[in-house]
Ligand binder design. Structure first.
Ligand code: RUB
Length: 316
């Protein structure tokens, strides 16, 4: 680890890597807060040294998990335009940008929730996959409008983030049924909307989200159930505008099977991809804080917000 990086940045990076802090929006919020801590706690004596420290902190945070683009988008937002001449000027600018990022994130989620809630009618049933705070914001806003909702919640092997979703939906007063992932199709006939989040959205409108999302979307299309992706604009992946693809994280085998049981299977490889890609033709709408978009037109919003992608400011 880089010795210039303050312990709060290292702790945040470890928490993201171990998934104690997880979910694209929560990761972005924690990363921006960690950069703010780096700016506040640094003992750099020149503006150039502080900028170099902030870049090192950003690299430490960026090296944790590859798929949620909200992480590099957060880092880029905070490191934007830090060309002050004194340590104080650079520190103040980084702290201000980080604070502004976290505030905007919160507002965006509230605004997105109101848009998503408009799609939900009183008495509707939604099906969820994984745990998405953007999805929860839509349900919460609908409940606040007085709508009564039911949910079929997929447990989401192997990390069982569906348990978090079940608990949070039940706390909102939603009638929750928890099912194993492979039961999803059996329940799609009773469901009015499939509601999922996103870790990244590509320029062609593909949704990158927790492994299992694409199969769910294909099944939902077969049943005629609309698939809605709730994703703030920090999930838009600017690199895909210039032909880059989104890295799919491969995680530890031990999340899928414990080593002793694995040993009883003989010569068997275990693969644990954490995310998959749902092509735009299986997605009915992407709900953002700027309104809802058909996936095929999300590229217009992406160009407006990010322009042409440039090199990351923390890459040496
Ligand atoms: C989380 C996941 C979530 C998105 C969106 O994966 O796939 O659906 O990150 O979440 P993991 P949010 O548990 O591996 O981080 O809407 O909260 O940003």
């Amino acid at each position: 680890p880089d010795s210039r990086v303050v312990s709060e940045v290292r702790r945040t990076a470890d928490a993201i890597g171990s998934m104690e802090v997880r979910g694209a929006a929560t990761i972005a919020d924690a990363a921006a807060a960690a950069l703010r801590a780096q700016a506040e706690q640094s003992d750099a004596t020149t503006a150039a040294d502080l900028r170099a420290e902030l870049r090192a902190a950003a690299r430490t945070l960026d090296d944790t998990r590859p798929t949620a683009v909200s992480l590099p988008n957060a880092l880029r937002y905070v490191l934007f335009d830090l060309d002050g001449e004194t340590v104080e000027a650079v520190r103040d600018a980084a702290v201000r940008r980080a604070t502004e990022f976290c505030e905007r994130l919160e507002h965006a989620q509230t605004d997105l929730g109101r848009v998503g809630a408009n799609r939900l009618r009183d008495g509707d049933t939604v099906m969820t996959h994984c745990h998405s705070t953007d999805v929860l914001a839509c349900v919460e806003a609908a409940v606040a409008q007085g709508k009564s909702l039911s949910a079929v919640v997929k447990e989401t092997r192997p990390r069982m983030q569906g348990h978090i979703t079940a608990r949070e939906l039940a706390a909102l007063g939603v009638d929750v049924t928890l099912v194993v992932d492979s039961a999803a199709r059996r329940y799609l006939n009773d469901v009015d909307h499939v509601l999922v989040g996103a870790d990244s959205i590509a320029a062609d409108g593909s949704v990158i989200n927790k492994i299992g999302t694409s199969g769910l979307a294909v099944n939902a299309r077969d049943r005629g159930t609309p698939v809605v992706c709730a994703a703030q604009t920090i999930k838009l992946h600017p690199g895909t505008l210039t032909g880059h693809t989104v890295d799919i994280e491969m995680r530890e085998e031990s999340e899928v099977i414990d080593p002793e049981t694995a040993a009883t299977l003989g010569d068997v490889r275990v693969a644990n991809p954490a995310f998959d890609v749902t092509p735009p033709r299986y997605v009915d709408a992407i709900v953002t804080e700027r309104g809802q978009y058909p996936p095929e037109s999300i590229v217009v919003l992406m160009r407006e917000l990010f322009g042409e992608a440039t090199a990351e400011p923390w890459v040496e």
